[in-house]
Design a protein around this ligand. Sequence first.
Ligand SMILES: [Zn+2]
Length: 473
Amino acid sequence: MTLNPRTMNSRSSASLLFALLFLVSSATAQIRGARGTPPRTQSLTSVRQQQIARIVQEIDARNIERTIRKLVSFGTRNTLSTQSDPNRGIGAARDWLFSEFSKAAERSGGRMTVEKQTFEQPKAARVPQPTMVTNVVATLKGTQPESSGRTYIVSGHYDSMCTSPTDATCDAPGANDDASGTAAVLEMARVMAKYKFDATIVFMAVAGEEQGLLGSTYAAEQAKQKGMDVEAMFTNDIIGSSLGGNGVRDAHTIRVFSEGVPSSEKPEEATVRRGVGGENDSAPRQLARFIKETGERYVPAMRVMMVYRRDRYLRGGDHIPFLERGFAAVRFTEPNEDYRHQHQNVRIENEVQYGDLPQFDDFNYIANVARVNAASLAALALAPARPKNVGLLTTRLTNDTDLKWDPNKEPDLAGYEIVWRDTTSPVWTNARAVGNVTSFTVKGMSKDNYFFAVRALDKQGNKSPASFPHPVR
Ligand SMILES: [Zn+2]
């Protein structure tokens, strides 16, 4: 009944490679067509897939390198550093990023707007006096009225620190932590601004991460207070190096951290989770599975290593304030970190170079991580919303599985798929299209023995992440 995931993976990567080759050749055909002969008729499916393939292709490691070197040139980007010097400190970095995102917006035909989201942070553990903190936020508005409220956020933090988080004057190049994530987000904004998506994508460079996730906390709280429909949030933090402190070189793996038990879980929700065995099926985990499936399809050079944890062991990042407010969020980080190059004063000690310097970044690797992000964001923002109010009916005692859900509202909706897996499988292994219906009975398969979920499909074949059902009595 279940496919072996190993076999499935190799089979699907072969067919995906084939699909990509086809896309490249049909794109060529279209260009030739524009020069003379009538353009070849494209199915919408291939047009949409071509858009994602083009975005992946247009992400350029040279732009990422330029951004990182520019950010490093500000000397320090500590949140407590000067905000008025045009050449040094976080204020200079903020203004430069604002102007770069604004340049990206010029390519969007008015669909992308850029703002500085500024607030005064009161005194806190790592903030000795009240400090203005600014996030630079570029919003690319979705073009489908039914979907433009649906929002996907991608972020990196542009602040940095040396050994002491409150030292505002020491050199803190932060080339990896987190100029790498910031540069990836800026490059995605530049490339994606000229493309249209059904849903809205927000590209964000936040500050105050090293001071206690201040910028992201403010952004998450604003999103919650405004009632924004944030369907996913990605933070990219320390995505800069393919060489770990353990000597392992791995330029083909990106870790995606997703929590299982929700940070925002209420006691009654915990009772339900225990009752249905839902600890591996939170919305962030469905998002991680979606990123693995999509990222590896469009960027075959990369392996998405899902880590079933909120973050690294006892550590944190900008996705956590979003998780705490009930939004699905994940963290991207390189596979092997090198702690000599994180939160360290730049110095040589016993012939070892310490400090977060650009010479330890791998710009091609960062570009590939940006491609995995961009393909996943594009696929999310082109696809229908994940089905809402998915219920598993417990009204009759049966070996069948009865599912129901609310209808999606997108005009290009094609229908739904039921996905399932063995309870011990980390990923969905099976899918069955069931048409444009809002309930379905999986005959002869017991909800006791498999996990089930539902995803939505549009007429171009774009698929939403899966929605895990709640029990309905
Ligand atoms: Zn960081």
